[in-house]
Design a protein around this ligand. Structure first.
Ligand code: KMH
Ligand code: ZN
Length: 272
C-alpha cells in the first residue's frame, strides 16, 4: 500500500471553546497547533478561521496570517476550507482560494447538516472549481452523500475537475450518510479507480472510520473539526494526540506514514 497521508482538521466551524478549552482560535494558536500536528506526523492541515469572538470566518486576512506562519515554520500542505460555515455566501466561501494555497476543500452537493442545510448548488460548485483552476489549487472533493460523487463526475465532464481526483468521505454528519463500513465501501465503488481518497468520521466514529481508511489503503483525516473526544468522556488535549494515535495505529498495521513531500507526490501536487 502507498504511504498514509494524515490530514489534521484543526478547528472547523462548529466546535466551541465551551465544548473544549483546547480548541485553537486565534491565528497564532492555529499556527502553533499546525506545528504540533506536523511534529506528530500529519502532512496536511485543513484550515478554518475564527474571528476575535470565536465565530467562523472566511476572512482572507486571517487565512493569510495563519498560512504565512505555517509556511514559514513548517513544510505542511495547506488546505483551506471553502465550506466555511452553514449560511455563508459564495463570495465569502471562495475568498481563501485567491491566496493560492496548495489545496482547498470542495463540497460537490448539498446535505442536511444538523438542523440546517449545507447548501452547495451546482453553479456555486462550478464557481469554486473554476477558482481552483485559476489559482492552481488541488481540490479535495468533500463527500457527505453518495450523489455528490455524481456531481463531481459531472464537473470532470465539464472540464472543471481533472483526474486524478482526491476525495474526502465525511461520514456521520447528522443528516448525512452514516459512518458505517458498508457506506464507505459503497462510496469507494463509485469513484474513478485512479482517485485517491481519505475518510473522516464525525464524533465517536472518527477512530473507526480512520482505522478502515488505513486498512483499505486510503488516507485519514482527524482533528477537532470532526471530534473533540480522545475516548468516551475524555477530551483530547489538542489535535496532535489524535495524529500520534493514528501514526501508532498505522505502524501496528504495517503502513508507513507519508511526509508532506511524499503526500504532494501521492496527490499529484508534485510529479512523482
Ligand atoms: N462547516 C461545514 C458546514 C469544508 O470545510 O469544506 C462545512 C465544512 C466543509 O466544514
Ligand atoms: Zn472543514
Amino acid at each position: 500500500m502507498e504511504k498514509l497521508i494524515i490530514t489534521a482538521a484543526l478547528v472547523g466551524a462548529e466546535v466551541t471553546r465551551q465544548q473544549t478549552p483546547h480548541l485553537p482560535l486565534s491565528p497564532r494558536e492555529i499556527a502553533d497547533e499546525a506545528i504540533k500536528v506536523r511534529v506528530a506526523g500529519a502532512s496536511i492541515v485543513h484550515l478554518h478561521m475564527r474571528d476575535q469572538f470565536g465565530n467562523p470566518s472566511q476572512d482572507k486576512a486571517l487565512f493569510a496570517e495563519v498560512i504565512s506562519h505555517i509556511q514559514t515554520e513548517t513544510d505542511l500542505i495547506i488546505q483551506v476550507s471553502t465550506g466555511g460555515a452553514v449560511g455563508m455566501n459564495a463570495a465569502e466561501r471562495v475568498a481563501p482560494i485567491t491566496l493560492a494555497p496548495e489545496m482547498a476543500s470542495l463540497s460537490t452537493g448539498s446535505v442536511n447538516f444538523g438542523d440546517n442545510v449545507f447548501s452547495n448548488p451546482l453553479p456555486m460548485i462550478q464557481e469554486f472549481a473554476r477558482a481552483c483552476q485559476v489559482h492552481h489549487v488541488k481540490p479535495e472533493i468533500e463527500i457527505f452523500e453518495g450523489g455528490m460523487i455524481q456531481n463531481a463526475l459531472t464537473l470532470v465532464k465539464q472540464g472543471l475537475l481533472h483526474a486524478p481526483l482526491h476525495f474526502n468521505f465525511v461520514l456521520g454528519v447528522p443528516g448525512g450518510l452514516p459512518a458505517t463500513a458498508k457506506n464507505l465501501l459503497f462510496l469507494l465503488d463509485l469513484i474513478p479507480s485512479a482517485s485517491t481518497w481519505t475518510v473522516s468520521g464525525i464524533g465517536r466514529h472518527q477512530l473507526s472510520m480512520n482505522t478502515l481508511g488505513i486498512i483499505l489503503g486510503g488516507h485519514v483525516r482527524t482533528g477537532f473539526e470532526d471530534n473533540i473526544y480522545y475516548r468516551k468522556g475524555v477530551l483530547a488535549e489538542g489535535n496532535a494526540p489524535f495524529v500520534s494515535r493514528l501514526v501508532n495505529l498505522a505502524q501496528t498495521l504495517d503502513r508507513s506514514v507519508a511526509t508532506p513531500l511524499e503526500a504532494r507526490k501521492l496527490l499529484g501536487i508534485l510529479p512523482l
